[in-house]
Design a protein around this ligand. Structure first.
Ligand code: ZN
Length: 680
């Protein structure tokens, strides 16, 4: 038994094959979001300023023709890290899919092999909630919506320095988001690339790669280093009418840069053969001498680069974004060394070897090849009759994705299973571009422009959920509350059961002064999603306005419990606690709000009210004056301030405040009425 036990320990320590393992290389994986291969110097772009990437490529292997599995950040990264196509790892779109924790990844494999593992991502689309964090000791996604490469490199560099003495090898994945639109490179790249800011973003990312390599060198971490650089997907830059990426699977959006160097890989080699993003993880594991991942679609490219084996025969790419967010047809592509087929309502076949721009569609003139490719796509990825199941997109997620420029709304699956009736994305590109414009206008709070663009889309595509939502939001922001309420009601019919749709209806109805109907909409929202903090918050406020304070307090407490970091929620709860004679509890909520947001004017105003309620008029007066200095137009605060002045016996000053409120053009009606009453 002792022998068996000893063997087991040795097997765990040294791997199942026994014996002493070869020293394993440190591994650095850098993924470059939205970076076209043909915009890097190493890929022949003369105007590039990418010396660090070029040097890395020259020190190893450069794959001239690497294909992404999807033109979308999360599905593409899931494929890079798992070696699986999206139909196998299950992540078909950003925001509404999560990689299953049980799916083995590059990180879980390296972690199991004794590596220290850390990831540093730069955009919310790769937040840990989407499942890529599994296998990483550290998954650094400390960001609101996105962060620049410099911040990400600093975090990664600090982690590397902190672990410099650790004898175990490391695996670090660093993701840069900078080349994603909008293209706004920091100085000095902003000025140097004023006429082509996309290239400026890439130049900045390259500079930060140099920074990271410098920090690695300083701690000796580059001694035995296997480095891989890969794009997640490309960027259309106007080709085929697409400005960015996601809707199409043309080469501009799915061809990616991919280079690897170190760990006995050949130096200065360029590989022209077709390879894929799904080959990245199998190749790195092979090069590092770590056991392969199970059930992968990719394969190790080590035999290909060493000249001892072939590369993959074909490459698959897909985008389900058109179906899941627009209710248009999904696109699936399969390409081999020469031909590329796109499975669309109007199928496309290109001789990509001789027609790299995919201009001449040969599907009609070559029906046999087209049919064979179509059969191959279905055999590989399953029939179109199996649309992927999608999860709910919560409000925070939807807002962050919109802020990142991702547009669309998770649409309800149509009743009929007639997949052929969905519009072909290539016939809808103008509609799509108008939607992008509408979203951009919304993000910049240009509501008139947004509403106009949304109306143009709805004239072409009347059931477009995203356009319906944008129009309703613009109506809400511009004070057309009736239209907004109707618009959100229609949006709800398009997207299916949605707490969000009910909540926005409630906002519009509450602005119309229809508290009871607004409460009913929030009942529906909370019925669908009891964890909707915004719905609890608004319903609590509405219930309080109807005098139902116990129910109001229950909702407001629920909102605070669900979103303890929202200062405004603590203030809202404090206000109702104060009105119901609980100043001590109110004070605790205000203190919490001020801890979260020192100087929060609403919290300071509530604090002044607490002081007044606790019989400390002098302190209350000072507190009110502080608030009014910061926000002189806070008429409700001024009303409370005037009451305190009265209590202090300062009648003239109080009268002056009441007169100011009674005469003010913008004074809310309720405040004005109260001011006039007190003047009498
Ligand atoms: Zn991306």
């Amino acid at each position: 038994m002792i022998h068996a036990y000893t063997f087991l320990v040795l097997a765990i320590l040294f791997g199942a094959c026994g014996g002493k393992p070869a020293a394993r290389p440190n591994i650095l994986l850098i993924t470059l979001d939205t970076t076209r291969a043909d915009h890097l110097g190493a890929y022949g772009y003369a105007r590039a300023k990418t010396p660090n990437l070029d040097r890395l490529a020259a020190s190893g292997v450069l794959f001239e023709r690497a294909i992404a599995a999807a033109p979308l950040t999360l599905p593409a990264h899931a494929s890079l890290l798992t070696g699986r196509y999206p139909f196998r790892h299950g992540v078909r779109n950003n925001g509404s899919f999560t990689l299953a924790e049980t799916t083995p990844t590059l990180a879980t494999a390296l972690h199991a092999a004794g590596y220290r593992t850390a990831a540093f991502v730069s955009a919310f689309v790769l937040d840990r909630r989407y499942g890529l964090a599994h296998g990483f000791d550290v998954y650094d996604d400390r960001l609101e919506v996105e962060r620049g490469a410099d911040a990400t490199v600093k975090a990664a560099g600090d982690w590397l320095v902190a672990g410099a003495g650790d004898p175990r090898p490391f695996f670090v994945w660093v993701h840069f988001y900078d080349p994603h639109d909008p293209y706004e490179p920091p100085p000095p790249f902003k000025a140097a690339f004023a006429d082509r800011p996309y290239d400026g973003e890439i130049a900045f990312a390259d500079q930060q790669i140099g920074e990271l390599l410098g920090r690695l060198h300083a701690i000796g971490g580059d001694g035995s280093l296997l480095t891989a650089i890969a794009g997640d997907h490309g960027e259309s830059l106007g080709e085929h009418g697409e400005a960015t990426h996601g809707l199409f699977v043309y080469e501009s959006a799915i061809r990616i840069p991919m280079t690897m160097s170190g760990a006995n890989l050949p130096r200065g080699q360029r590989v022209g053969a077709l390879v894929r993003g799904v080959d990245l993880a199998p190749t790195l594991l092979d090069a590092a001498g770590v056991a392969a991942l199970p059930e992968v679609d990719g394969r190790s490219l080590v035999p290909l680069v060493r000249g001892s084996g072939a590369g993959p025969q074909d490459a698959y790419s897909e985008t389900y974004f058109p179906q899941l967010y627009m209710n248009w047809a999904p696109l699936r592509a399969l390409q081999d060394a020469r031909w590329k087929f796109i499975d669309a309502p109007a199928p496309e076949l290109y001789d990509v070897q001789n027609d790299a721009g995919e201009r001449a569609n040969r599907a009609a003139s070559d029906p046999a090849r087209t049919a064979a490719f179509r059969r191959a796509v279905v055999a590989a990825a399953g029939g179109a009759e199996r649309p992927p199941a999608t999860a709910r997109v919560d409000r925070e997620t939807a807002e962050k994705l919109s802020a990142l420029g991702y547009i669309g709304a998770a649409v309800a699956p149509p009743d009929q299973a007639d997949e052929t009736s969905r519009p072909d994305p290539k016939t809808m590109i103008d509609v799509f571009n108008q939607l992008r414009d509408a979203n951009t206008a919304l993000q910049h709070r240009q509501f008139t422009v947004a509403a106009q663009a949304a109306r143009t889309v709805l004239a072409r595509d009347r059931d477009n959920a995203f356009a319906t939502m944008i129009l309703a939001r613009a109506d809400l922001e511009e004070g057309r509350y009736r239209e907004a309420a109707d618009g959100y009601r229609r949006y709800a019919t398009l997207v299916g059961p949605s707490a969000d749709a009910h909540h926005w209806q409630a906002i519009a109805l509450s602005r119309l002064g229809n508290a009871d109907q607004a409460i009913a909409e929030e009942d529906a929202a909370i019925g669908l999603d009891a964890s909707d903090a915004d719905a609890h918050e608004l319903r609590g406020g509405l219930l309080a306005s109807r005098g139902r304070t116990d129910a109001a307090l229950a909702d407001l407490r629920a909102a605070v419990a669900l979103a303890p970091d929202r200062a405004s929620f603590h203030v809202g709860l404090a206000r109702v606690l104060l009105d119901t004679g609980k100043p001590a509890e109110a004070e605790a909520e205000i203190r919490r709000a001020l801890e979260l947001q020192p100087g929060n004017v609403d919290a300071l105003a509530a604090q002044a009210s607490v002081l007044a309620a606790q019989g400390q008029p002098d302190a209350a007066r000072i507190a009110f004056e502080r608030v009014l200095a910061a926000r002189p137009d806070a008429d409700d605060v001024r009303l409370d301030y005037a009451a305190v002045l009265e209590r202090l016996g300062n009648r003239d000053a109080a009268r002056a405040e009441y007169e100011r409120l009674a005469a003010g053009a913008d004074t809310p009606d309720a405040v004005r009425r109260e001011a006039r009453r007190r003047l009498r």
